[in-house]
Design a protein around this ligand. Structure first.
Ligand SMILES: Cc1cc2nc3c(=O)[nH]c(=O)nc-3n(C[C@H](O)[C@H](O)[C@H](O)COP(=O)(O)OP(=O)(O)OC[C@H]3O[C@@H](n4cnc5c(N)ncnc54)[C@H](O)[C@@H]3O)c2cc1C
Length: 383
C-alpha cells in the first residue's frame, strides 16, 4: 500500500493551496486524491469563468461562523498575503465594482499557478474516496493508501455535477467530530403565492437593499423564472433560514421625493423598470395614476417599496447553490493549524469547515487562508 507523509483529500482550491505551500516549503511526500479526472473544477467555473479570488474588505463580519476562529485564520494568511503570492507568480488580479478581485482573463490563470506549484505533489485523479479507517488508511473506489497526516479538503455539497460531496462530514463523524449538516447557501430564493407576481419579471434586475437577520445587503437583485436571485439575494440567502426578509426596491430615491410636485404617473416618477412598478402597484392594489392625485392612504401603501417584507418559501437547492453552509464544527478544530482537537494529525480546511463567506471572493479567501494555516503547521514535520 502506497504511503504518504501528507495525504490531501480533494484537489480543489484549499487542497491545491495546501499542497502548494508544502511543495514550496518542505520535502514532505504529499499526495492529493481527487474524484474528478482534473483538479480545480469549481475554481474553473467560478466567477463566471474569471474567478472572484478575494475582496477589498476581508473581515470576519463577512462570514457565517465563529468570528474569533475566522479572524485568527484570516490574519495568518490575509488578502494581502494572497495577492502577494499571486503577484509573485505573475498574476495581478483586477478589481471590479470597487470591491471584487478577479482574474484579469480567466480562472485558468490561477489554476495554472496552483498546478505549477504542486508539480511535486503526487496527483491521484479520478478516484473517489469511500472511507477512512481510524489509523488513516484511505480507501478509494479503486485503491488504498496510508498516510501520517490526513487533510480533509473535500469541500461541501453544492454542484454535485462537478464532483462535490458530503464525504467530509462522514469522515469527520468517523472520528467523532460534531458537524452541522450542509444547507444550500449563496442561492436564489423561491416565493410564496403572494409574491408570484415577481416571477413575471424574469430577466429584470434592480439595485436593492435587503435586510435579513440583522444584516443589510446593498447590491443587484435579479428576478428569475423560479423566484429571485442576483448578487443581493444570493448574499441574503447565507443569513436566511426561514421567516421574513425585507427589500427596499428603490434605495436611491425616496417615495416622497419621487412623487413631490409632479403630475407624472407613478410608473414614470419611480424611475424603475415600468413593468416592475406596474406589477408592484397591482400587488398593493394601487392604481398607476398621476402622483398629484394620490390619497394619503395610497402614499402610505407606496412606502412599502422601501420595506417590502415577505417570507420566501425556500431556495433553488444544492444544484444551484454556490456554497453550502454548515460543516465540521470549529469548536473542535484548532484555528492556529486547522488540526482536529480530537485526533492528532487530522486536519480540516476549506468549505468542509463550518465557515461560509458572503458572495464576493470570501469563500476562496477562506479556502486559501485555511489551507496555508494548515500547510505552515505541516511544514514543521519536514525531515
Ligand atoms: C458556480 C460556482 C461559482 C463560485 N464562484 C466563486 C467565486 O467567484 N468566488 C469565491 O470566493 N467562491 C466561489 N464559489 C465557491 C468556491 O468555489 C468554494 O467555496 C471553494 O471552491 C471551496 O474550496 P474547497 O477546496 O473547500 O472545495 P472545492 O474547491 O469544492 O474542492 C473539493 C474537491 O474535493 C473533491 N471531492 C469531493 N468528494 C470527493 C471524494 N469522495 N473523493 C475524492 N474527491 C472528492 C471535489 O471533486 C473537489 O474537487 C463558487 C462556487 C460555485 C459552485
Amino acid at each position: 500500500m502506497k504511503k504518504f507523509d501528507v495525504l490531501i483529500l480533494g484537489g480543489g482550491a484549499s487542497g491545491l493551496m495546501c499542497a502548494s505551500w508544502l511543495n514550496q516549503n518542505s520535502s514532505l511526500h504529499v499526495g492529493i486524491i481527487e474524484g474528478n479526472e482534473k483538479v480545480a473544477q469549481k475554481l474553473k467555473i467560478s466567477g463566471g469563468g474569471k474567478c472572484n479570488i478575494t475582496n477589498v474588505d476581508v473581515r470576519a463580519e463577512h462570514f457565517l461562523g465563529d468570528r474569533d476562529f475566522i479572524k485568527t485564520v484570516l490574519e495568518e494568511f490575509s488578502k494581502e498575503d494572497l495577492l502577494q503570492y499571486l503577484q509573485k507568480r505573475g498574476l495581478k488580479p483586477v478589481i471590479r465594482k470597487k470591491r471584487y478581485y478577479f482574474c484579469p482573463k480567466s480562472s485558468d490563470e490561477i489554476i495554472d499557478i496552483l498546478k505549477k506549484d504542486t508539480s511535486k505533489t503526487e496527483l491521484i485523479l479520478g478516484e473517489k474516496v469511500l472511507r477512512i479507517s481510524k489509523d488513516f488508511k484511505v480507501t478509494t473506489d479503486s485503491s488504498s493508501y496510508e498516510t501520517t497526516h490526513l487533510v480533509i479538503a473535500t469541500g461541501a455539497q453544492s454542484y454535485k455535477s462537478i464532483g462535490a460531496s458530503s464525504i467530509g462530514l462522514d469522515i469527520a463523524k468517523t472520528f467523532k467530530h460534531k458537524v452541522k449538516q450542509f444547507h444550500p447557501a449563496l442561492v436564489g430564493l423561491t416565493l410564496q403565492p403572494a409574491q408570484f407576481w415577481m416571477k413575471e419579471l424574469s430577466g429584470i434586475s434592480l439595485h436593492v437593499k435587503i435586510k435579513v437577520a440583522g444584516k443589510e445587503i446593498d447590491e443587484e437583485m435579479l428576478f428569475a423564472h423560479k423566484g429571485i436571485s442576483g448578487l443581493a439575494v444570493l448574499s441574503a440567502s447565507l443569513y436566511w433560514h426561514k421567516g421574513d426578509i425585507e427589500i427596499d426596491f428603490m434605495p436611491s430615491l425616496h417615495v416622497r421625493d419621487a412623487i413631490k410636485n409632479t403630475k407624472k404617473h407613478i410608473s414614470s416618477a419611480f424611475r424603475l423598470p415600468k413593468r416592475f412598478t406596474k406589477l408592484f402597484l397591482d400587488s398593493l392594489g394601487v392604481e398607476d395614476k398621476a402622483c398629484n392625485k394620490l390619497s394619503k392612504k395610497e402614499i402610505e401603501k407606496l412606502m412599502l417599496i422601501h420595506s417590502y417584507s415577505f417570507a420566501p418559501s425556500g431556495n433553488f437547492g444544492f444544484s444551484k447553490a454556490e456554497v453550502s453552509r454548515g460543516g465540521v464544527l470549529t469548536s473542535e478544530i484548532d484555528s492556529k493549524n486547522m488540526q482536529s482537537k480530537l485526533v492528532k494529525n487530522l486536519y480540516f480546511i476549506g468549505e468542509v469547515v463550518d465557515v461560509t463567506g458572503e458572495l464576493g471572493g470570501y469563500n476562496f479567501q477562506w479556502a486559501f487562508s485555511s489551507a496555508v494555516v494548515c500547510g505552515k503547521n505541516l511544514v514543521k514535520f519536514s525531515k
